[in-house]
Design a protein around this ligand. Sequence first.
Ligand SMILES: Cc1cc2nc3c(=O)[nH]c(=O)nc-3n(C[C@H](O)[C@H](O)[C@H](O)COP(=O)(O)OP(=O)(O)OC[C@H]3O[C@@H](n4cnc5c(N)ncnc54)[C@H](O)[C@@H]3O)c2cc1C
Length: 286
Amino acid sequence: MSKVIVIGKGPAGVSCAIYTARAGIDTTIIGNDIGSLGKAEMIENYYGFAEPISGAELSAKGIAQAERLGVRIISEEVVGMGYDGAFSVKTQSGEYRADSVVIATGSPRKTPKIKGIEEFEGLGVSYCAVCDGFFYRGKSVCVLGSGEYALNEARELIPIAHQVTILTNGEELAGRAPEGVEVIEKLVSELRGGDRLDGVLFKDGSEINADGVFIAYGTAGSADLARKLGVFTEGNKILVNEEMETNIPGLFAAGDCTGGMMQVAKAVYEGARAGMAAIKYLRGGK
Ligand SMILES: Cc1cc2nc3c(=O)[nH]c(=O)nc-3n(C[C@H](O)[C@H](O)[C@H](O)COP(=O)(O)OP(=O)(O)OC[C@H]3O[C@@H](n4cnc5c(N)ncnc54)[C@H](O)[C@@H]3O)c2cc1C
């Protein structure tokens, strides 16, 4: 068990871990890939670099700095979170536990542009199986997605729903479907219904009935993870105070996932601030 788990190895997560590790706090970062910096060809507005630096190189330098300070770095995708007196962070291959968690998972992933998703939000469209699965007990539900996150959401729904179907929307499923779960790989054209969602239409003109559709596209975004613990969000943004505290004690967020200016300087600042707040929390300063 770590004292603190930081989810995300971008500038916010790594900056946070540098502060907690230097305070002597056992720190683990769990991150999928290098995040936005992997797409940034050159950065020339960050302090201290006289010449432009590639996003990949800046990321590698930050990660090497954290490792030198003793931060454990695990390259895995986080698919779920929980709390039972300690925080649990679930990945494709296991579960990690900590007294405190910092979410630094970058800007929210895009929701697929499928007609009906926004219209039926809260009326059959959900973003969290752990939060809303209970409302669909004995009903037919779909999970929209094809990755490990979608598989995890399907597993959460199996004990509750009568039928679980994964809709990959034209993509290949990332792993083996859980037993009893149907997989439809056809392109989705529309979520349909009246007052509430009641079915899914495919591009080939076929359709199926569904009482609920759980959106689990790509990897779990910051707000997806936060919602599993009842964290207040606004759209896809995690709500924090100026110390980067969420409404859940011991849970912090930093970087692009809190909205505002999406820049390395802001991510590094918020990571540091979240690290300081986590240190205070773990030392009983709250
Ligand atoms: C093309 C481009 C160019 C840019 N140029 C500049 C620039 O010139 N100057 C500048 O200041 N900023 C620039 N930015 C913005 C800058 O890259 C971001 O503001 C910054 O990286 C945000 O840091 P972050 O740590 O909050 O998120 P990110 O850097 O996005 O890191 C997010 C981390 O979370 C991980 N993660 C997400 N979901 C999961 C999950 N479910 N499980 C495990 N890990 C997960 C990711 O793998 C990654 O490690 C640019 C961004 C882009 C896309």
